[in-house]
Design a protein around this ligand. Structure first.
Ligand SMILES: *Cc1c(COP(=O)(O)O)cnc(C)c1O
Length: 356
């Protein structure tokens, strides 16, 4: 069963909101485009996707999303180059991961052509909302959740898949100070940490609030048994540079397989940076900080691309990271964003052209 963009019905918004958007002062993900893609799963199959004006959705109070949390999402971006052509970055990897998350949460998988044709049709329709300013982009949020009714604790029989988009500025302003978590966990062996499940975020908010109250911006997640292995930085993968080696943990049940993470690993190697994918302990990082061999730490994810860390807290002590002239973070971020904004050759085949 294949779908062409012509089988996606389009109901256009009667009036565009584009004039209300201040493209020079965009926050992250707080204003939305004129349209959204909606697709319903009923009677054991996905119905045809349709594009409708961006609007609230109405759900039965017994819908299982509210009670049992069957909800997953993806995060992607669309970019415009100087000719105003529209590009995505490794979108098929997002689709694949979406279905990996779906399977773990007992949500029916969405076919690739529904996802890709739906997304492309939506982007062409709302293309005017993709910011042209440097660093800004259109943040794309595909998500799926259980609409099926009933208080019985079992997978729902009906689901909704939506793609909504938000013109967005840079995610973080400035460097972040992080706290290495010693009590709470984001994920566990055999759990859902590898999935982009809404509930993973719900569980992160409280420990993060506690860290914020202590003066930190974000939590560094550690393993759930010993709190000794460094796993993720908030909702981002984490990279640690000791001397001139860039280290990140291996993906697992507990660590999300980030597209930015795997792109950084390839780009770093191609820039002649020594890269290690291995477990890294808190002890090792604290030791490196004390000896002055800890050079950089940064989070990696679609929203911020790279989010440099200025300091970390561990057991009532703060450790500052040095200010470097030419950090790996800047070099790698530039290489990735140059590919995303069509400013450089893409030898990897990551850039995906939407228009023309
Ligand atoms: C989305 C996400 C990431 C980053 O993944 P990207 O594909 O690079 O955006 C990392 N960790 C967690 C927990 C995430 O949810």
């Amino acid at each position: 069963m294949s779908i062409q963009s012509k089988s996606i019905s389009v109901e256009k918004a009667s009036q565009s909101k584009i004039d209300q958007i201040d493209f020079d002062n965009l926050a992250f993900g707080s204003v939305f485009t004129d349209h959204m893609l909606v697709c319903d799963f009923k009677n054991g199959a996905w119905e045809l996707p349709k594009i409708v004006p961006y609007q609230p959705i109405s759900l039965d109070p017994s819908s299982k999303i509210f009670h049992y949390g069957q909800s997953i999402f993806e995060g992607m971006k669309a970019y415009k180059d100087k000719n105003e052509d529209i590009f995505l970055f490794r979108p098929l990897d997002n689709h694949k991961r979406f279905n990996i998350s779906a399977k773990r949460l007992c949500i029916p998988e969405i076919p690739e052509d529904y996802f890709m044709e739906g997304l492309k049709t939506l982007l062409k329709l709302d293309g005017e909302f993709i910011p042209k300013n440097e660093g800004s982009s259109l943040y794309i949020r595909p998500f799926m959740f259980a609409t099926g009714k009933g208080f019985h604790a079992s997978p729902a029989d009906e689901y909704k898949f939506i793609i909504a988009c938000a013109p967005s500025g840079a995610y973080f302003a400035g460097k972040v100070k992080v706290l290495i978590e010693q009590t709470y966990s984001r994920s566990a062996n055999g759990g859902v940490g590898f999935a982009k499940a809404g509930g993973n975020y719900a569980g992160q908010f409280y420990p993060t609030q506690l860290a914020v109250a202590k003066g930190y911006n974000q939590v560094i997640w550690t393993d759930d048994t010993e709190h000794e292995y460094i796993e993720e930085a908030g909702a981002m993968n984490i990279f640690i540079r000791i001397n001139d080696t860039l280290i990140t943990g291996p993906t697992s049940d507990r660590i999300l397989d980030g597209i930015t993470r795997k792109s950084i690993l390839e780009i770093a190697k191609d820039h002649g940076i020594n890269v290690e994918v291995r477990k890294i302990t808190v002890t090792e990082v604290v030791q490196a900080a004390k000896e002055g061999t800890l050079k950089e730490m940064f989070g990696a994810g679609t929203a911020a691309v790279i989010s440099p860390i200025s300091a970390f807290g561990f057991k009532d002590t703060d450790y500052e990271l040095p200010e470097l002239n030419a950090p790996f973070a800047d070099k790698i971020k530039k290489a990735i964003t140059d590919i995303q904004y069509n400013k450089s050759d893409d030898t990897y085949g990551w850039r995906y052209k939407v228009t023309k």
